[in-house]
Write a protein that binds this ligand. Structure first.
Ligand code: GLA
Length: 742
């Protein structure tokens, strides 16, 4: 018998089962078909037997599901457990109260429930001998080609059971010419793409930062099933672990016919003592499948992300100026007013005051003091935050503020009062972070949770007009030790930190659902779907160099939509790379994400200000296309062909924005002509160049071309810009708006 989710029912007698809120399918279910509009995941869940994985891929019809077994399927469990098949990698491991180290999980029942707009199918497993239970859950949304899988682990043994491994999910991928696309990097160089075949042996991608998790590797990957990944063709599986703490992704290519993929919380130093009846829930692993290449997987993630994961995914983002690179710690009332004036005059909509505004006993003049002392420094800002909000209002813009509430410094009133709030091992002095003094607060401690909540609550209560919060986190957990947890539960530190973080965020969002919150963590340390349910966006990187951003934003766009990727126009020479990039190129790169500015406008020339004003006006026109459109990446900077190109297309395919950036310059170099993608072949599109600096328009300015032509031939991009001699430079970039001619 077949259990169908989100499909037209072919088995009428099962329809009845769908009406109740929690519907046990009990002994009827053998084959569980979890489906989305274009994909299927099939599990064999016969009561009393191992739950077996049968299929993940393109959508199957009911009869194809019926025939699956005869087509040859893996003999693999959906959630392999340790102990009775010790030679293989596993998803879950436990030491029972009596010391037994084995699990033997079989199907108890299958059920389905509605969870908001998500349909959840649960395959309940129980141990053959011990009262130990694992629910393997699969969540789907009616319009999304993403399946979220996670588990709930519990027991009723007398005494504690130690969980030694607790992956969120497992997926076998048929052995073949499978390529792994992953992101790697470092602070100021996040989101780099690495693509390589999955070879024999184990490949592990992990994080141990404790507090943040995406500066280096990412907890999201893609697996291209047909050899080296292509952008717009080929079968690709995408996987994103929705977690903001330590993670581990494992790929075991063993002597079987499968690559075995496991993803979940990193269990290293995190053994979890599970008391009787407590439910240990693992974070969701989001899976998607596309036959339209890497970009197809990205589109699936972006749509699901905007619709269901990130805060306010359906609301256009404001164009802002952030004060950091403009003034760093040099905050004062006059300076803030001038910046607000400047961004307002350029058409911006929001000003964000970054670090440096707080601290009474210890004024925050550099990064070595004051975190935790979130009281405005009236020596710098005599009219306080309200004064700034009033100024912003007068200029017709909104006001936002920077905080770093999970942290403190040894030089702070908070630390003096509450040294017991920091993360530190017993009998040892803690290692210190940024500024030589930074410490991480122990978010597992409910008192610390209250404190962090109150940082936001106090600001929002006092200044309800605050529109935006930049929430930073500039230190890893460097020392293992909680002053709150008992000595036998010290291994819970990392898990409890993120549980505490989520609890605080829940409270903040329950009370302040509308405020925009950016996840910044020394730049791109929190680019993950673990935090996005509470955050509107993240700061892609502390590196604002436009050329390096082409690479970083390219990689980040594999999993995250442009609406979530804060991308700012900054100064030249750039403050991180010291490279001098012309303003046109800096604008053209920033305009491919959530546009903002990170610069001191008073140091810009009138001509530069004017260019930014025009760019902001043009961005307002294309904002819905960029922020809600479908991405088609066209020419990768990582292919080293001298240029990079991508485009966004509206779902109606009536508008598109095309970006082209040269990535290296040689005289008379040969660059590939880029063919477009995602357009309607039968529609005609009129071409209009945005941010034009050339003395003459492009030859195709105002002309119309069919989608078919643009996708099979494309448009030639001139090697450089035709500008006056003294304005020439070695950069070139184009942004084209394509609009359907009706
Ligand atoms: C981090 C952030 C920056 C800035 C500084 C302030 O490095 O990533 O954008 O906010 O902190 O100290």
């Amino acid at each position: 018998m077949i259990f169908l989710i989100n499909m037209k029912l072919t088995y009428k007698h099962l329809a009845l089962l769908f009406t109740a809120c929690m519907v046990p399918v009990g002994t009827f279910a053998e084959i569980v078909h979890i489906s989305t509009p274009k994909t299927s995941l099939v599990v064999d869940a016969e009561k009393g037997k191992d739950a077996k994985f049968l299929y993940y891929g393109n959508k199957l019809s009911a009869s194809e599901v019926d025939d699956l077994r005869s087509a040859g399927v893996p003999n693999l469990r959906i959630y392999p457990s340790y102990g009775m098949s010790t030679v293989s990698e596993t998803a879950v491991g436990a030491v029972h109260a009596d010391g037994n180290m084995t699990l033997d999980l079989v199907v108890d029942n299958v059920s389905r429930r509605k969870d908001g707009n998500r349909d959840v199918t649960t395959v309940a497993l129980k141990d053959k001998h011990y009262p130990f239970f694992v629910n393997v859950n699969y969540g789907t949304y009616p319009d999304e080609d993403v399946i979220e899988t996670w588990t709930e682990i519990s027991h009723q043994e007398k005494g504690k059971v130690a969980l030694t491994q607790f992956a969120s999910g497992y997926l076998p991928v048929r052995y073949g010419d499978v390529w792994l696309s992953q992101l790697y990097g470092s602070w100021a160089n996040e989101g780099r793409v690495d693509e390589a075949p999955l070879n024999h042996g184990m490949k592990v991608i992990k994080n141990k930062d404790g507090a943040r998790n995406s500066h280096t590797s990412h907890g999201e990957v893609m697996l291209s099933l047909d050899g080296k990944a292509r952008e717009n063709e080929g079968r690709v599986i995408g996987a994103a672990l929705c977690y903001s703490g330590n993670y581990k992704l494992r790929f075991d290519t063993d002597d079987s016919n499968y690559h075995h993929f496991f993803a979940g919380i990193n269990e290293e130093n995190s053994e979890y003592n599970l008391p009787k009846n407590e439910v240990f829930a693992t974070p969701p692993l989001a899976l998607t499948y596309s036959e339209e290449g890497l970009s197809g997987v990205s589109r699936n993630f972006h749509k699901w992300g905007r619709n269901h994961k990130l805060a306010h995914g359906d609301k256009q983002r404001k164009i802002l100026l952030n004060s950091w690179e403009g003034v760093y710690f040099d905050i004062n009332e006059e300076g803030m007013a001038q910046m607000m004036d400047d961004i307002a005059s350029m058409g911006g909509e929001l000003f964000v005051m970054d670090d440096g505004w707080f601290g009474v006993k210890y004024p925050r003049n550099n990064d070595s003091t004051s975190l935790g002392d979130w009281t405005v420094d009236t020596r710098k800002l005599p009219s306080g935050i309200q004064g700034l909000i009033d100024t912003a209002k007068k200029k017709g813009i909104k006001f936002g503020i920077w905080i770093e509430p999970e942290m403190t410094n040894t030089l702070s009133e908070l630390y003096e009062k509450h040294p017991e709030y920091i993360i530190k091992p017993a009998n040892r002095e803690p290692n210190l972070g940024r500024g030589g003094t930074q410490l991480v607060l122990d978010l597992g401690n409910p008192k610390v949770q209250d404190l962090v909540f109150h940082v936001v609550d106090t600001l929002m209560t006092k200044y309800p007009e605050l529109d935006y919060i930049k929430w930073d986190a500039n230190a890893p957990i460097m020392n293992h030790g909680s002053q709150y947890l008992t000595s036998d539960n010290q291994s819970h530190l990392y898990i409890e930190y993120h549980r505490g973080f989520e609890k605080v965020l829940d409270r903040i969002r329950a009370k302040y659902p509308d405020v925009t919150i950016q996840a910044c963590a020394s730049g791109g340390g929190r680019a993950n779907y673990g935090v996005l349910p509470w955050f509107d966006e993240f700061w892609v990187s502390d590196n604002t160099d436009a050329l390096q951003r082409v690479y970083m934003q390219w990689g980040t766009s594999y999993f995250f939509p442009a609406i979530a990727m804060a991308s700012h126009i900054s100064a030249a020479p750039n403050h991180q790379t010291f490279r001098t990039i012309p303003l046109k190129y800096r604008i053209d790169v920033a305009m491919s994400g959530r546009l903002g500015m990170e610069i001191q406008p008073k140091n810009m020339t009138a001509e530069e200000i004017d260019m930014c004003r025009k760019a902001i006006a043009e961005y307002k026109d294309i904002r819905p296309v960029v922020q809600f459109g479908d991405i088609y990446r066209l020419l990768s900077p990582y292919d080293k062909k001298g240029a990079a190109s991508l485009m966004y297309v509206t779902p109606e395919k009536d508008k598109a924005v095309y970006y082209w950036w040269k990535t290296e310059t040689f005289a008379n170099q040969q660059l590939p002509r880029v063919t477009m993608a995602g357009l309607d072949p039968d529609k005609n599109y009129k071409v209009h160049e945005l941010n034009r600096i050339d003395n003459k328009p492009l030859s195709y300015e105002g002309k119309s071309f069919s989608g078919k032509f643009l996708m099979s031939n494309g448009l030639e991009m001139p090697l450089g810009h035709k500008v006056d001699y003294n304005k020439r430079n070695d950069y070139a970039s184009r942004v084209l708006l394509l609009e359907e001619v009706k």
